[in-house]
Ligand binder design. Structure first.
Ligand SMILES: [Zn+2]
Ligand SMILES: [Zn+2]
Length: 233
């Protein structure tokens, strides 16, 4: 399972820092200085990954999750959507920089190895509505998911779940309106032979999309759904 190091070391090109073009670390395309400066999401809610206002070293759940539990069970979101991480994600999303997807997946994996969690049986990238996908011909969550799946040797599903409602203007809505806007946004196309799934996303803003997707998966018999994302706003 943990052969990701070998795979990374066998890359064809010697690592170079994507952010400053210095020679990269042996394990990925970042230099030591840029890696050290990446904004980490250390002080966050165990369930949704939101930043907590109090410093804590124990596992805490935020007030919002206590009041209204999201559909997913845990969130693994090791970075904040700032600085170098924001740059890597926006260049991936808008300039289709595939090497950034590989680097973001490597960063997620390195953080996961530090925490030694249970592995899911399948990864599902948050699907785009077919109309959006046609417009952009690119879904950054799929590209990050491909690298994760290959390195962890976990199946990546692009076929089980479909986005059937186009919901482009989430940020202007309040929490309740977002929930309503996303009701029945996803459909399951074929039976899911998995009990534990991780949803893959690049950035989590409110967590509502992942929560609705997780609820849809659970409605179809999945017992545990986690969210793995690179960054939290
Ligand atoms: Zn650098
Ligand atoms: Zn929370």
């Amino acid at each position: 399972m943990n052969n990701w190091l070998n795979i990374i070391q066998n890359k064809l090109l010697p690592p170079r820092c994507i952010l400053c073009d210095s020679p990269g670390l042996t394990v990925f395309d970042l230099c030591q200085a840029c890696y050290a400066e990446l904004p980490r999401n250390l002080n966050c809610c165990r369930q949704c990954g939101a930043r907590l206002s109090v410093e804590t070293t124990t596992d805490l759940i935020c007030g919002q999750c206590l009041e209204y539990a999201p559909g997913f069970d845990t969130a693994f979101i090791p970075y904040l959507y700032q600085g170098g991480v924001r740059h890597l994600i926006t260049r991936l999303k808008f300039n289709q920089q595939y090497k950034n997807a590989r680097l973001l997946a490597d960063l997620l994996l390195t953080s996961r190895l530090e925490s030694q969690p249970d592995q899911p049986q399948c990864l599902i990238p948050v699907p785009l509505h077919p109309k959006r996908y046609q417009e952009r011909s690119f879904n950054q969550s799929i590209e990050i998911g491909r690298h994760l799946a290959r390195q962890l040797q976990i199946p990546l599903s692009l076929d089980h779940c479909l986005r059937i409602r186009d919901t482009p203007h989430q940020t202007e809505l309040n929490a309740r309106q977002r929930q309503q806007n996303l009701q029945q946004a996803f459909a399951i196309k074929q039976p899911l032979p998995y009990q534990h799934i991780a949803i893959i996303d690049d950035v989590v803003t409110t967590g509502t999309t992942a929560s609705i997707l997780a609820k849809t998966l659970k409605h179809h018999g999945v017992s545990r759904v986690d969210i793995w994302a690179c960054a939290r706003t």
